[in-house]
Design a protein around this ligand. Structure first.
Ligand code: GAL
Length: 340
């Protein structure tokens, strides 16, 4: 394993560090301290080194044009209606940052933190204490986010926390994949999702508490199909593409919940997680203002696949438990296998 640490850029007078690991097969994983960001996933292909995730040249692009691009997301992925939730009998209201609701951890989420980082063997390790004072959620959290690269081309993302006080926690990573060597959108890529149901979303994409069947709809990826086929079938809805919470069907630990593939280039990313949902977002409204390094900003320039607990667990325990109590620890893991 080769390792490197450099200064990527500066923001508000602070260094933004870049940490890189390269395994024995020439796969490079690199991260930025800002947002504990997944900056790069480079694989050696017949076309040369190819980065499978979108990225920007400057830190300011992450702040101004796309604050969630490849970011670590927390404390809670997705939307909390009016920012309101209950833990036991206690009602809380987190600060809101989107149409009166709380999205992706609210006003000062994990994506805005310049994390303390270090490399240890085959890991990039980020730590930070997220305080109630900083983000307006109850309780303080000691958070460790670890990216591990193995020599069998797996990337493990581990989220470990210790809670001080009661709070909610449902982290994810917002990496946008594009497995095309050419400068083109992701409509040609094929997707498998182990999901027969998705959440019904109401006004401002807040879960209603109901589920909808995916079978034989544009949302059906139980048999692998091109993303373009789904996107073309969704042109009459406001999103004009996918931005949905898919419930994961029962499966064995070693079975992927999602597979994204470019069959023409023999590239595949398999995603493994024990949590019960994955958000699939096809960057529907993205435009030319977004200065990606190898791709032109446009609708469907990338696809984000965000494993998490269903966001409606915030009000319905039947969908999972996001709560943490004083002194409680929690560990979530998502891992990715790259085949090339
Ligand atoms: C997704 C969300 C989208 C959008 C995106 C961030 O998780 O479902 O609606 O907010 O994050 O650009």
């Amino acid at each position: 394993m080769q390792a490197k640490q450099t200064v990527f850029d500066t923001l508000n007078g602070e260094d933004i560090n870049q940490y890189s690991l390269t395994n024995t097969n020439g796969v490079t994983l690199s991260c930025l301290s800002y947002g504990a960001n997944w900056y790069e996933l480079k694989v050696p292909t017949t076309n040369g080194d190819q980065n499978l995730i979108l990225n920007f040249p400057k830190i300011n692009d992450y702040v101004t044009t796309n604050p969630y691009l490849n970011m670590s997301i927390g404390r809670t992925a997705g939307r909390i209606g009016a920012g309101k939730f209950k833990i036991g009998e206690h009602e809380y209201k987190a600060p809101t940052n989107e149409s009166g609701n709380t999205l992706h951890g609210g006003i000062h989420g994990f994506n805005e933190i310049n994390w303390a980082g270090k490399i240890a063997a085959n890991q990039i390790i980020f730590t930070h204490t997220v305080t109630s004072q900083a983000d307006g959620f109850p309780g303080d959290l000691d958070v460790t986010i670890t990216y591990t690269l193995t020599d069998d081309n797996r990337i493990y993302l581990d989220y470990k926390v210790v809670s001080h006080g009661e709070t909610v926690f449902n982290p994810t990573n917002h990496a946008y994949f594009n497995l095309n060597h050419a400068d083109q959108n992701i409509k040609n890529l094929e997707l498998f999702l182990r999901s027969s149901q998705r959440l019904e979303l109401g006004d401002a994409k807040i879960p209603t508490g109901k589920t909808l069947a995916n079978t034989e709809t544009p949302y059906d990826f139980q048999t692998t199909k091109a993303l373009g086929a789904a996107i073309d079938g969704l042109q009459d809805i406001p999103e004009k593409g996918l931005d949905d919470v898919f419930l994961i069907d029962q499966h064995a630990d070693n079975e992927p919940i999602a597979i994204l593939a470019n069959p023409d280039e023999n590239l595949r990313v398999k995603i493994f997680s024990q949590r019960n949902a994955i958000v699939c977002f096809t960057a529907n409204g993205f435009g030319a203002d977004q200065p990606y390094i190898d791709k032109t900003g446009q609708p469907y320039v990338g696809v984000a696949l965000e494993s998490q607990i269903t966001p409606n667990a915030i009000f319905d325990p039947a969908y999972g438990d996001l709560t943490l109590h004083d002194g409680e620890t929690k560990h979530y893991q998502t891992h990715y296998l790259v085949e090339f």
